[in-house]
Design a protein around this ligand. Structure first.
Ligand code: GDP
Ligand code: IMO
Ligand code: MG
Length: 428
């Protein structure tokens, strides 16, 4: 029953899609377990750059079953669009995609609330993707959410929308001074989307369990990253779900005994979209060089990503909270051409050295990184085909990460394409 979890160890965009794509060739099933279309997973296949938001990256491998788990929040209109987008490339989605009947729906008022709440926060805004993710999870916890199974019962769905609109319109109009929603257009567009997806809706927990029991290989694809986890991330500058490995059990509806190993995806440097403290952020020319060379612009919103050096304080925290078995390092090519590369090995805070990632954002925002400097390596390494031909200093950088995190490196990536990487440990 091999079950491998792939998660982000930083603030998202580590290259999870690329790593899942590499492992998916040998998997039988790929499951997303949290988040929604705030995620943007890019996978390059034969010069086509696929951008996936809701559908697991495994869909790009013919024959693999893909699951949208119960822990996700789904905007059905966006889902139908994504299915069409993939079908436009001749990819068969409908026979392979399974959508949890227990997943919650993102409603139009969630998107509006995401926007107006952000605006209302002014200086304190988080810089969300404005996809309605937070407000949808709030409704789930408040027990007024609408689920995929409700969408398949039109009369009940209509009643639930009506009940919710009564509350939401009050808030939208009276607190935020915006125009409320009419029931009709919501029902019409959502029921139209329901027609498109209904044959894919099922109890996904049973399918995952059956696959596990029959020794099929299952990959669990995390979205966002450890530091964006609502419990363990840099709260409140986080998303509203559980991207960490533990989130798999709840979001896919499985027990921990079905997980064999956890792979943490580590970008060779750090990036962050949205607000919040970032100790190793580079606000100088080096930061700009990394952004341009790594094309660090959001897959979902197009926003420039903040860039900085690799932070091992953060990585060691990710090792602990995810119980990492291995790491996969991406974008090593992006750092090529820099004379020196730095790794943050600790923080200086009020004259003391800290090596544990702090909970308090006030502490974190005052932390000064303590760096270890390593010699850089040359540019243009993406087409190297033999691991022995990789620059010596790049290999030293990888060993250094292994040494500092205490976790074995299983895969290294030197470009976005399928062939631009090296497997060090065979996971499946
Ligand atoms: P995800 O959200 O974790 O799946 O990551 P994103 O797709 O948002 O961002 C990662 C970006 O880096 C994508 O554009 C990938 O195609 C690209 N990428 C992944 N691995 C590598 C790599 O090793 N080198 C380079 N240059 N790009 C990579
Ligand atoms: P992938 O899966 C990077 C960030 C947003 C914002 C915060 C909250 O591609 O790695 P939300 O819309 O979730 O309420 O926004 O989380 N964020 C991401 N940053 N990668 C992502 O996904 C992200 N999904 C959300 O920028 O700071
Ligand atoms: Mg992304």
């Amino acid at each position: 029953m091999p079950g491998i979890v792939v998660i982000g160890t930083q603030w998202g965009d580590e290259g999870k899609g690329r790593i899942v794509d590499y492992l998916a060739s040998r998997a039988d099933m790929v499951v997303r377990y949290q988040g929604g279309n705030n995620a943007g997973h890019t996978v390059e296949v034969n010069d086509i750059r696929f951008k996936l938001h809701l559908i697991p990256s495994g869909i790009l491998h013919p024959g693999k079953i893909c699951v949208i788990g119960n822990g996700m929040v789904i905007d059905p209109i966006a889902l139908v669009e994504e299915i069409r987008y993939l079908e436009g490339y001749g990819i068969d989605v409908k026979s392979r995609l399974k959508i949890s009947d227990r997943a919650h729906l993102i409603m139009p008022y969630h998107k509006l609330l995401d926007e107006v709440i952000e605006e209302h926060k002014g200086e304190l805004q988080l810089g969300t993707t404005r996809r309605g993710i937070g407000p949808a999870y709030v409704d789930k916890a408040e027990r007024i959410g609408i689920r995929v199974c409700d969408l398949l019962e039109p009369k009940y769905f209509e009643e639930k929308v009506e009940q919710n609109l009564k509350m939401k319109n009050e808030i939208i109009q009276k607190v935020y001074g915006k125009k409320g929603f009419e029931k009709g257009p919501i029902i019409e567009s959502y029921l139209k989307a329901a027609e498109q997806i209904k044959d894919m809706v099922c109890d996904t927990t049973s399918i995952i369990y059956e696959f596990s029991k029959n020794d099929k290989k299952i990959l669990y694809e995390g979205a966002q990253g450890t530091l964006l986890d609502v419990d363990l991330g840099t709260y409140p500058y986080v998303t509203s779900s559980h991207p960490i490995a533990g989130g798999v059990c709840i979001g896919a509806g499985i027990g921990p005994t079905l997980i064999d190993s956890v792979v943490g995806v580590v970008k060779a440097y750090t990036t962050r979209v949205g607000k919040g403290p970032f100790p190793t952020e580079l606000l100088d020319k080096t930061g700009d060089i990394i952004r341009e060379k790594g094309y660090e612009y959001g897959t979902t919103t197009g926003r420039p990503r903040r860039c900085g050096w690799l932070d091992v304080v953060m990585l060691r925290y990710a090792v602990k909270v995810n119980g990492l078995s291995y790491v996969a390092i991406t974008k090593l090519d992006t750092l090529g051409g820099l004379e020196k590369v730095k790794i943050c090995i600790g923080y200086k805070y009020k004259g003391k050295t800290i090596t544990d990632f702090p909970a308090s954002l006030n502490v974190l925002s005052e932390c000064e990184p303590i760096y270890e400097e390593l010699p850089g390596w040359e540019e243009g390494i993406s087409d190297i085909k033999r691991i022995e031909e990789l620059p010596e200093n790049l290999i030293k950088y990888i060993y250094k990460i292994e040494e500092l995190t205490g976790v074995k490196v299983a895969f290294i990536s030197i470009g976005p394409k399928r062939e631009q990487g090296f497997e060090i440990v065979k996971l499946f």
